[in-house]
Design a protein around this ligand. Structure first.
Ligand SMILES: Cc1cc2nc3c(=O)[nH]c(=O)nc-3n(C[C@H](O)[C@H](O)[C@H](O)COP(=O)(O)O)c2cc1C
Length: 394
């Protein structure tokens, strides 16, 4: 009998069994002590919901828009590097699941399937996430390729000029494709389903990079390649240059501070994503959900504020929307589904989330996600935190 999936956790359990340890660990970790990674999830649990009754519940809708695009629910798939190592042809499968469901798919610069490959195997535009590299010419060509492939938004990630350290990736020797060592061979041998998929596909390298970036020797090791190629000098002037070069809808991802949100506004972003990269970059930063209200207060009336980090259920989505987000993204939640069951698993993750969102909304006494607001939540006193800068800004 096929497994009955009722939660994203069910997908996580299957995913853990079916995918090689190296790629499971790559997904299921945060940087250093993983405090921020953990709190992205646990801070959602601090927020409770206000139950309301005797409200006509017929004709509910969770549909909305994200930067003008109609979505069946405001939950996009976040850019996730190496998705095609979690399951053969992973980016194509996830993009197809998102397309069929009616939510945006975001392709990472560090994907296994290339921009062109995903475009060829889908029918609707997807979003392209850009990392800024030192090689401007390569960045320009990536932008051109995204445009040529019909991508209708550029998601520029700002919180990864250098790579936060995840201990497990170093210990596992993370690479794409995996390097064969006695330990990795022993583990791979137990992942038959994964191995059969990988044996059938040719897509096993960084598709946007290998064969496109000049002078790139070994791109298989993510950490050394990132250290070599990513541009540590990325600043607001460069962001403006990229905005002009792209000329289309621009989403700035990785904003976790109201000051930076105001800068993003000045640059003319169409949306910002309140994000700490799923707790993978600055360990010790506050969770996304805790920072969201302050950023919404600062810029929410002038730019669309999205958020990601720690979303594992439709209830989490509802909490983010009620605190002022106009859109959300799931990273790990869709990867669990993909690694567990391919395209069908991503669809499961989206379905579970939509059902939870819809039911929760109804039991909170709302019929339309646009009506959600802080009035639907109970937050502990001081949820925003009794935090303050240790000294006035310089
Ligand atoms: C395995 C993994 C790889 C990621 N790769 C990228 C990436 O290539 N580009 C990017 O902008 N964000 C990347 N992220 C961050 C996600 O886009 C997103 O911000 C994060 O996963 C949200 O948190 P969640 O996983 O708790 O939903 C990655 C996250 C994970 C878990």
């Amino acid at each position: 009998m096929p497994p009955v999936i009722t939660t994203v956790d069910d997908l996580h359990a299957l995913y853990r069994r079916r995918v090689p340890r190296m790629f499971y660990d790559y997904c299921q970790s945060g940087s250093w002590t993983e405090q921020t990674f953990r709190e992205n999830e646990t801070d959602f649990d601090l927020i409770r919901l206000r139950q309301r009754v005797a409200v006509d519940m017929e004709g509910r809708s969770v549909a909305g828009t994200m930067i003008g695009r109609e979505v069946t629910m405001p939950v996009a798939l976040a850019p996730v590097g190496l998705t095609g190592m979690q399951y053969a042809d992973g980016e194509i499968l996830a993009a197809r699941a998102a397309e069929a469901f009616g939510v945006p798919f975001t392709l990472s610069t560090m994907s296994i399937c290339s921009i062109e490959d995903v475009a060829e195997h889908t029918t609707k535009p997807f979003w392209f996430q850009l990392y800024v590299m030192k090689d401007e010419d390569f960045v320009d060509r990536l932008i051109e390729r995204a445009r040529a492939a019909g991508c209708d938004a550029l998601v520029l990630t700002l919180d990864l000029q250098i790579l936060g350290q995840r201990h497990k990736d170093l210990k596992n020797g993370l690479s794409a494709p995996p390097k064969l060592t006695p330990a990795s061979i022993a583990n791979l041998a137990t992942k038959v389903r994964w191995g059969m998929g990988m044996a059938r596909t040719k897509r096993r390298f960084f598709g946007n990079i290998v064969g496109h970036a000049k002078g790139v020797g070994d791109a298989s090791s993510l950490s050394s390649w990132t250290a070599e190629q990513f541009d540590p000098r990325l600043d607001w002037d460069k962001i403006r240059r990229i905005k002009d070069k792209w000329g289309g809808k621009l989403i700035l991802k990785g904003i976790l501070d109201a000051e930076d949100a105001r800068m993003a506004l000045q640059v003319g972003a169409d949306a910002i994503v309140v994000s700490n990269h799923g707790g993978r970059q600055l360990d010790g930063a506050l969770s996304s959900i805790r920072m969201l209200p302050e950023i919404v207060d600062a810029v929410g009336d002038r730019v669309e504020v999205h958020m990601d980090g720690g979303i594992r259920s439709g209830q989490d989505v509802l909490k983010a929307l009620a605190l002022g987000a106009k859109g959300t993204y799931i990273g790990r939640a869709f990867v669990y589904g993909l690694g567990a069951m391919g395209q069908q698993g991503v669809t499961h993750a989206l379905e579970v989330i939509r059902k939870e969102l819809d039911t929760t909304m109804a039991l909170c006494g709302e019929k339309d996600i646009h009506d959600l607001g802080p009035h639907n939540l109970l937050v502990p006193r001081g949820f925003r935190g009794d935090w303050e800068p240790a000294a006035p800004p310089r």
